[in-house]
Every structure is written in structure tokens, then in C-alpha cells.
Design a protein around this ligand. Structure first.
Ligand code: 5GP
Ligand code: ZN
Length: 119
């Protein structure tokens, strides 16, 4: 992947980002267009298109993404009041960047899980 992928370019340092945590295999940085007081994206450094591909291809790395997200939630003071961790996956979820990323959202009541009830 690499040069064609926005988040691979952030991992490579070619595009700036506000990094809040880095491990040997994961990176967490603030979303450029935050939807909540805390909005951090957590990614594996290795390119996987979405969470399904990641979980099937390297479940241990998927766990490392969750561990990094939890560490950021703790750093940001979210463990007490709670937070939302979300992976948009594919067309129905409106995924726009095809390098898997967890959205870590918190810092205020987040409202209903979906904007509309689709059931
Ligand atoms: P998706 O819709 O794929 O789940 O989410 C993509 C997210 O990436 C969006 O929340 C968007 O604001 C964020 N984003 C897009 N481009 C950039 C960028 O260049 N830097 C950062 N930090 N976030 C970005
Ligand atoms: Zn990538």
C-alpha cells in the first residue's frame, strides 16, 4: 500500500498528525475533524483495509489496537464516564479511509448509537 494510503503516509511521517500514543505496532492520533471533545483514531501501522480483514488476518494485532485505544481512553480520562469505540466498515457504514481505524469518541454524552433507528 504505502504512498496511496493516507494513514500509511501518516505512519511514515509524510503527512503530519497529532499523535497521542505510539507502540511498535500501533499509532493513535487526533481526528482532523473531531465529532466529540475527544476524537482519536487508532490504527495498526501495518496496512489492513478494514477491521474484518485485520481480525481475520492478524487477530493479535487487532487486540493491540484495542489495547492502545484503551490506554488512550485512560490518558484522556474517559474510563469513568465512558466512551465509544467504533470501526466503520465498508459502504453501509460510510467508511472513507480504507486503512482500518478505530474511532475513540468521548468527553461528553454521545447520544444514540445511530442518528436514525433503521429497524
Ligand atoms: P471513516 O469515515 O473512514 O470511518 O473515518 C475517516 C476519518 O478520518 C474521518 O473522521 C476524518 O475526519 C479522518 N481524517 C481524514 N483525513 C484525515 C487526515 O488527514 N488526518 C487526520 N488526523 N484525520 C483524517
Ligand atoms: Zn494504509
Amino acid at each position: 500500500m504505502g504512498s496511496d494510503c493516507l494513514f500509511c503516509r501518516i505512519v511514515a511521517g509524510e503527512i503530519p498528525a497529532t499523535v497521542v500514543r505510539e507502540t511498535p505496532t500501533t499509532l493513535a492520533f487526533r481526528d482532523i475533524s473531531p465529532q466529540a471533545p475527544v476524537h482519536v483514531l487508532v490504527i495498526p501501522k501495518e496496512h489492513y483495509a478494514d477491521v474484518a480483514t485485520l481480525a481475520q488476518g492478524d487477530p493479535a494485532l487487532a487486540g493491540e489496537v484495542l489495547a492502545t485505544a484503551t490506554a488512550v481512553a485512560e490518558d484522556e480520562g474517559l474510563l469513568g464516564d465512558g466512551f465509544r469505540l467504533m470501526f466503520n466498515t465498508g459502504a453501509y457504514a460510510g467508511q472513507e479511509v480504507f486503512h482500518v481505524h478505530a474511532h475513540l469518541l468521548g468527553g461528553a454524552p454521545l447520544g444514540p448509537m445511530l442518528a436514525r433507528n433503521l429497524a
